[in-house]
Ligand binder design. Structure first.
Ligand SMILES: C[S@@+](CC[C@H](N)C(=O)[O-])C[C@H]1O[C@@H](n2cnc3c(N)ncnc32)[C@H](O)[C@@H]1O
Length: 393
């Protein structure tokens, strides 16, 4: 099957995979979530493209008239765009749409809180394990606000058996934001990593993989079937997310070993893993943390082991200041303050300071891989991830 045969994205929450631990959706819930998705699609496809027309026809000419030159970076573009009424209107709608995600989902979760907590209790785990550590502190860069307007963020908990942040996250946040393009379990990033590793290093057969910032284990799942006999681990700092992840793994028969730990200080022995991976994680940390995380990855990788961080591309790789401005939206509007600074970092320098050799660092692009309902996972025709990778000597 050619990549062009990939089914069209579904802007319908009914395409999200369902398992036994998930929140139930009634008719009204489904309508509200579908409205959110339709609204996002409309904004993205019909309204947002006009921002560029506004920039080209009004904002840039007026900037040039005033300054005798074009805007030199994304910050200047942003300052100028913020003055324009049409852009202000789009920005209001976009921010409202983002907040709708939480405000539509939270009542669904809250209404079922007791049932969700009961469903997520795992007495005799058949698949993998869960190790919580109450001494793990919420990092400062997570503690101060609700990441991307997710009420309570990842760590907010009302009791020692709370799983509600996990239930919130699993109720299709990524699915709604991406129009389902990462597959019904939102596990596309894991498939992209497997596809890239098998293409780039066909003889590499990892035996032990660690997924950092694993949240509810969506991207972690595919690694369980990536190579015969592979042992899969996932860490996250947030206990309620991990309780849910462990229960979800039982429901989906995923043998993942979850542990509450900071990626800066994992507690694993030196030379433990063949692959240390993360997806959409580094940009939610800090400068200091990225350095510490990479150094720790180098320590726990076996010689020959590979570190892979799945991210969006750095600003410097983008051809125009307009593209840079568009990609910087989350920094200023989505409660993700490290988004922009992280994509400005010199990652080769980070890797070298963390212990990797310069010649073993590879920053590259890998296609989105879309898992299909029939079990196959094929590279998408459009869309790619940025991979920050390095191999330990
Ligand atoms: C955007 S989510 C990652 C999504 C996930 N990797 C996936 O593919 O579905 C970021 C996750 O990183 C976790 N996190 C943030 N800082 C961390 C740290 N220093 N150590 C471990 N986990 C961390 C958060 O709790 C959250 O679950």
């Amino acid at each position: 099957m050619a990549s062009t045969d990939i089914p069209a994205f579904k802007f319908d929450i009914s395409g999200l995979g369902r398992h036994a631990v998930m929140a139930e959706l009634n008719h009204e819930d489904t309508s509200r979530l579908n409205y959110s998705m339709a609204f996002m699609r409309h904004l993205r496809e019909q309204v947002e493209p006009k921002n560029k027309t506004v920039f080209d026809s009004r904002v840039e000419p007026s900037f040039e008239k005033k300054n005798g030159r074009k805007p030199k970076d994304r910050h200047e573009v942003r300052k100028a765009m913020l003055e324009d009424n049409a852009y202000q209107w789009w920005a209001c709608l976009r921010r409202h749409q983002q907040e709708l995600g939480s405000s539509n989902k939270w009542p669904i979760i809250e209404r079922q809180a007791a049932e969700l907590i009961a469903k997520a209790k795992v007495k005799n785990p058949k698949y993998g394990s869960l190790k919580l550590d109450p001494t793990v502190q919420t990092p400062r860069y997570q503690a101060g606000f609700d990441m991307h307007w997710m009420a309570g963020s990842y760590h907010g908990e009302g009791g020692s058996d709370d799983v509600l942040p996990g239930a919130m996250y699993d109720l299709g946040g990524l699915y709604m934001g991406s129009g389902g393009k990462f597959g019904k379990w939102n596990d596309g990033p894991g498939y992209s990593v497997i596809h890239w590793l098998k293409t780039q290093y066909p003889d590499f057969k990892p035996k032990k993989i660690l997924d950092e910032g694993c949240t509810v284990g969506q991207s972690t799942g595919p690694y369980c079937f990536g190579w015969p006999g592979v042992e899969v681990h996932g860490i996250d700092y947030a206990a309620p997310i991990l309780r849910y992840a462990h229960a979800r793994a039982q429901a989906l028969k995923l043998p993942i070993h979850f542990k509450q730990a900071l990626a800066e200080d994992t507690g694993y022995a030196d030379n433990s893993f063949d692959v240390v991976v993360s997806s959409m994680f580094l940009h939610e940390t800090s400068h200091k943390a990225v350095h510490a995380i990479v150094k720790e990855a180098h320590r726990i990788l076996k010689p020959g082991g590979i570190m892979i961080h799945v991210e969006q591309p750095p600003f410097k790789t983008m051809k125009t200041v307009w593209q840079q401005f568009v990609m910087d939206w989350d920094t200023h509007n989505n409660n993700e303050p490290f988004w922009g600074p992280m994509h400005d970092m010199d990652l080769e320098d980070v890797a070298v300071k963390g212990g990797f050799k310069k010649q073993d660092v590879l920053q590259t692009y890998a296609p989105f891989v879309t898992p299909l309902d029939d079990g196959r996972a094929v590279p998408a025709e459009r869309g790619e991830w940025f991979f920050f990778t390095a191999r330990k000597r």
